[in-house]
Design a binder for this molecule. Structure first.
Ligand SMILES: Nc1ncnc2c1ncn2[C@@H]1O[C@H](COP(=O)(O)OP(=O)(O)OP(=O)(O)O)[C@@H](O)[C@H]1O
Length: 359
């Protein structure tokens, strides 16, 4: 390992696995060696956990590299890439309820290429706590990255829930034209449509719950008109007999937001619904263009894009803050600024991308 190694303090701010995934992606793209210390030291089970181990192992299988510290519980890890991504189809094998979207989060930046369409097949969980659901990924994140020139299609072949997993998806990533486009998302418009998925232990009449959601959220529309499309997915889990969670998303003519709540333990639909509606209200009050979890997920791609991206968000999240720390370690020339707007606690985050030329 040489002296130009980039050192990342994994305990910075949020201190979660996302810092690790992002550092790994930037390391592969820019062929820069890095070492991360204090890995997940803010979490109750510090060090590399099973989920992170699977994500990193997958990348070390695809990218020829020199690696130190890749084991369960390890609090230090060093990585030296020896090559860039060679466009190829990727299959990520079954590991109970590993998060499919967090695997996509680690694979996506490195697998963008200009040469050929690739397919990414992943087994695991599609609706899990503390990470994006595959529904939010497909209907919110993917349309946004499409605007950045990254055409991606996600097919959910089978849903997977905690703790068994068993889900299966296939993502198809089309080649891009050299660079990603900048992203501008600064215009707030009121919502007019909702999509709701009730994740339940058994079927029930959901009409009354749909009415409650519409009644509580129609104050955030322009004219009181709010269409709801809802469905039930039956979750076969010994742990969740009543309600596993509720995935609620809202859409305006320009923007989409995710308010999903996946329960930690079995709860009634009524209790889960109150939590989801309160969460939605809190976010809708904010009048932003992105919900709190989509701000951090886009920043890495914005830092690679050509030109200045700007997004209207609420208070920058700790995930965002720690991600910016990682990006600036690899790309000190990438200027990232926060400008307070005169609405509530909103900010415009602007990112002067480095115009990374994909191969
Ligand atoms: N409830 C949620 N809904 C949607 N996205 C979420 C939610 N919670 C977290 N995320 C997103 O999922 C990612 C999780 O990153 P995080 O650093 O917390 O990593 P992790 O790999 O799950 O590890 P850890 O076990 O360290 O928390 C982030 O992009 C974050 O914005």
């Amino acid at each position: 390992m040489n002296q130009n190694i980039i050192i990342i303090d994994g305990s910075y701010n949020e201190g979660g696995g996302q810092m690790f995934r992002s550092a790994l992606a930037l390391s592969v793209l820019f062929q820069k060696q890095f070492k991360i210390i204090n890995i997940r030291s803010n979490r109750p089970n510090p060090g590399i956990n099973n989920q992170l181990l699977n994500q990193i192992t997958l990348i070390t299988k695809i990218i020829k590299s020199e690696v130190e510290g890749l084991k369960l519980g390890s609090q230090e890890f060093s990585f030296r890439p020896l090559e860039k991504f060679i466009p190829q189809d990727i299959v990520c094998p079954a590991q109970t309820a590993q998060s499919i979207t967090l695997i996509l989060q680690s694979l996506l930046p490195i697998s963008i290429n200009t040469q050929k369409q690739i397919s990414i097949t992943i087994h695991g969980g599609t609706y899990l706590n503390h990470c994006p659901t595959i529904e939010a990924w497909s209907t919110i994140f993917v349309p946004i990255i499409n605007q950045m020139g990254l055409k991606c299609i996600v097919n959910v072949l089978k849903e997977g829930y905690y703790p068994q997993g068993g889900g299966l998806i296939q993502a198809v990533l089309n080649p891009i034209k050299n660079t990603l486009n900048q992203l501008i998302k600064k215009e707030f418009t009121k919502i007019n449509k909702l999509n709701c998925t009730y994740l339940l232990g058994s079927p029930c009449d959901i009409q009354i719950f749909d009415h409650q959601i519409v009644n509580d959220l129609k104050q955030y529309t322009e004219n009181g008109q709010l269409i709801i499309n809802s469905e039930i997915k039956i979750v076969n889990s010994k742990k969740f007999k009543k309600c596993y969670g509720i995935s609620l998303m809202s859409h305006s003519n320009l923007n989409s937001y995710d308010y999903t709540i996946i329960n930690d333990s079995d709860k009634s639909i009524e209790e889960t619904l109150v939590n989801v509606i309160n969460y939605a209200k809190q976010q809708l009050e904010q009048q932003t263009c992105l919900d709190e979890h989509h701000q951090d997920q886009l920043i890495l791609l914005m830092s690679l894009a050509k030109g200045k991206s700007e997004i209207l968000v609420g208070k920058p999240s700790s995930h965002t803050e720690s991600l910016i720390y990682v990006i600036q370690k690899f790309l000190p020339e990438c200027l990232i600024e926060f400008e307070k707007t005169n609405i509530k606690d909103n900010f415009i985050i602007s990112v002067q991308g480095v115009g990374y030329m994909f191969e």
